[in-house]
Design a binder for this molecule. Sequence first.
Ligand code: RUB
Length: 320
Amino acid sequence: MIVTETAEKIKSMEIRGAGRIARTAAEALLAHATGCVTNDLDTFRREMKAAAQTLIATRPTAVSLPNAVHLVMAGLDDAPTTGEAREGVIERASRFVESSREAVGKIARIGARHIRDGDVILTHCNSEAALSCIIEAHREGKNIEVFATEVRPRNQGLVTIRTLNTAGIRTNFIVDSAVRSFINDVDLVIVGADAVTVNGAVVNKIGTSQVAHSAHEARVNVLVAAETYKFAPRTVIGELINIEERPGSEVLPDEIARTLSNVTVRNPAFDVTPAEYIDMIVTEEGAIPPQMAYVIIREYLGWGIEEFHKAFEINTRHEE
Ligand code: RUB
């Protein structure tokens, strides 16, 4: 029940943002394990795996979601009893939720070091990790000002400006297409990430690549705030990040779209910013140039060369 409700809330974006999605999915698995009363180990495993699949299928782009689910499910097949299997899920889910919250705090402190007194910062979409850096810099007494974009079509910018307003940070609210007009007034761009690929490309809310392109052209630094569990291990074996395309009705009401028979509304929710447009990725383990993404995947997600070989073999077998 909780799994179905959580899946619905993630799909409808009542719960959104890569970090929150991952934490909520882990909490749903925890609740499912607790509520699943069976004493039969196979039934328990089957129930947990079905719940994991339901959650993973909700939104395809944020790699934090499958990464979190895999962390929670790791070891399920090795547990000798139902009790230990249940305890394992509960323990791993709690640990993930706690470490995910701690990661945001660490990112805030590391990111804030890269914000100078007097900086004007531009942010796009609503990222907990990105905003934590901005709020921490303000808390440290730095005099900063923010430009926040509207973020069509779902207006996540409204959430951002409310948070900044509550924190007491001077903020300018602009439409997405005004970024280039203001970029010369900006010292630093800070955004979040839904996924970071092995070659340091960052997948984030649609429009991020335009923002980064404008910043690059104006020689404004671009900083990405991303927890290590947003790095995508399977991009090493050539898997691409799936860009979610949401219903056209989010962009244009159906009653208008219906009258325009030659028009198709396209609504990709995310885009890919290449590593060349990114100066730094701030993780809880430290700030790295995007080209060092593989180190995070190897050191912190535990994907050494053997894991790649295994995944590669499985992939090849599937293709045969
Ligand atoms: C949210 C979005 C955010 C990242 C990072 O998109 O693109 O920038 O998820 O957020 P949506 P956080 O609103 O479609 O989920 O730092 O909070 O994980």
